[in-house]
Design a protein around this ligand. Sequence first.
Ligand SMILES: Cc1cc2nc3c(=O)[nH]c(=O)nc-3n(C[C@H](O)[C@H](O)[C@H](O)COP(=O)(O)OP(=O)(O)OC[C@H]3O[C@@H](n4cnc5c(N)ncnc54)[C@H](O)[C@@H]3O)c2cc1C
Length: 329
Amino acid sequence: MEDWRRIPAEGFTYVGYRRKSTVKDKTLRNTLREIVSGKVLFDEPMSRHTSMRVGGPADALVFPDNLDALGKVFKLLQHLRMPFIPIGNGTNLIVKDGGYRGALISLKDIKSIRLEERGAAQVALYADAGIALSEIVLLAAGKSLTGMEFCAGIPGTVGGAVRMNAGAWGTELKDAVDSVELMNGSGDIRRCKRETLNFSYRNLEITNNAIITRASFLLVRGIKKQIQDRITEIMGMRKAKHPLEYHNAGSIFKNPRGGIPAGQIIDELGLKGTQVGGAKISEKHGNFILNVSNAKAGDILTLIDMVKNKVRQYRGIDLETEVKIIGED
Ligand SMILES: Cc1cc2nc3c(=O)[nH]c(=O)nc-3n(C[C@H](O)[C@H](O)[C@H](O)COP(=O)(O)OP(=O)(O)OC[C@H]3O[C@@H](n4cnc5c(N)ncnc54)[C@H](O)[C@@H]3O)c2cc1C
């Protein structure tokens, strides 16, 4: 019998470790420690794991370091109907100050990468969900492969970037993706070809609870110097436009369809520089909220609400957040 089946699901109500400590919770903790070959943290402040540096404790934050362990954790949590969310590098994530009741599964420690020749001109790059985009950009450039330069400076992992259909400078992940591998609740992995996937602006539609375990990208042989020059150019543009001196989560809001960019609207309404607690709307780029001084998630959420209200009131536009907000107040 697999380890996790030792915990009977019947009558198990997950209430959060910090709220109520039961024997079952202890068993659950021990089981998680046993089946996750990697790091397992309990009551872990998420401010340590998000680029915004805010967020209360997650009941459990687990780092399975292989697909077998990931499958077991996935099955255990589903068996117990315990809430969970897969995460990557936490660069598009705001965890509320009350933390997250359930388990956050970080894919950061699942990270192999390989190249496969596809005829004379193309190469497929297979990367596990935990691989950093920056690693792919560097590897591709080093091998004179073009197609991933637009990702230079995006601080996410493959899993987070594919889920978000991350993009910059007019190109999105969907333009480079050849296939995506998804783990379902039974721990089975299915490879989906690009044409079967439903990508849209900052989103890949996946079934509830599916976890992205790997993606492949189609790259084309190019000229190393040109690829490296483009990366240098992009990094220069980022430095010039983005307020990278403070902790942040990139663009807070999606750009409204067919209209003016969210940052420009915020600028035109005179909201740049507005500060609540330790969080401030950047003076340099209106779509960035910065953690300028020990901000709480609540400060950031107050600013987000204020911006949304003003933009609705004065422009009649409902801004949607690009950052994912999880947890409880
Ligand atoms: C300085 C800065 C610059 C940025 N620039 C850009 C930019 O130019 N373009 C852009 O698009 N974004 C940008 N971002 C935002 C962010 O880096 C991207 O969205 C990135 O792709 C998120 O990856 P992550 O690994 O950090 O994901 P996380 O923040 O950890 O997660 C993001 C979402 O993906 C889900 N997720 C993560 N991993 C998986 C998985 N394996 N399976 C299923 N779901 C998963 C999470 O549940 C969450 O909903 C920027 C952020 C910063 C801080």
